[in-house]
Design a protein around this ligand. Sequence first.
Ligand code: ADP
Ligand code: ADP
Length: 216
Amino acid sequence: MATFIVLLGPPGAGKGTQAELLAENTKLAHISSGDLFRENLKNQTELGKLAKSYMDKGELVPDDVTINMIRDRLTRPDCEAGAILDGFPRTPTQADALEKMLSEFGSRVALVPYITASETVLVDRISGRWTCRAQGHIYHQIFSKPKQPGICDLDGSELYQRDDDKAETVTKRIRVYVDQTMPLIEYYRKVGKIIEVDGMQAVEKVTNILLSALKK
Ligand code: ADP
Ligand code: ADP
């Protein structure tokens, strides 16, 4: 059966960073809902334009369009062995929809690592985050510098600061997380899927903890 992992945690906890590393170390695809919205934005699709109006305010994009976008993504061939979901689901409605979609493929969520960090750390991480224009690779101006300033090590594209990573939007996003996404911790805890991981440790340490949890 294909393996589906959901990474939960507040913005800045390290979900994207870890998802990328886990995908490199496994046969699983990395699905980032935020990256998919940003790709649509870059390509100026209708979905991108709609998503931008919510993203700029730090609010969630409506469930129906988000769910449809993920459904499309999950049917691509690279998800055959499974995927690491980063940023989806973010509401109980999305979690229910995911369960339905996966059961159509004869599968289900295997594990939900919940990555934690204090609010001060989250704000420091998000305000120093630099994202690669081409593929969304993630850097930090202090904690995870590229070899050449402003250039992605992996694909040579430009690094930029996301509009929604500016200070005004960050606290709003953390509030939205607390109100709309935190209920998912209980949702997955009830079915015994949650493992809590301290996201304030070094990147490699978190990756090792996640990889050993995945092996079990
Ligand atoms: P999320 O996807 O949960 O929003 P990211 O993976 O994008 O989080 O990480 C947010 C920022 O923090 C990035 O700039 C990233 O380089 C940095 N970062 C991620 N994990 C760590 C860590 N364990 N220690 C220090 N910085 C980290
Ligand atoms: P972070 O991990 O730093 O919170 P993301 O890249 O996951 O950032 O998300 C950026 C924005 O994209 C969110 O603030 C929201 O507007 C939108 N978004 C991403 N994933 C979802 C989702 N599952 N449901 C609704 N909106 C989403």
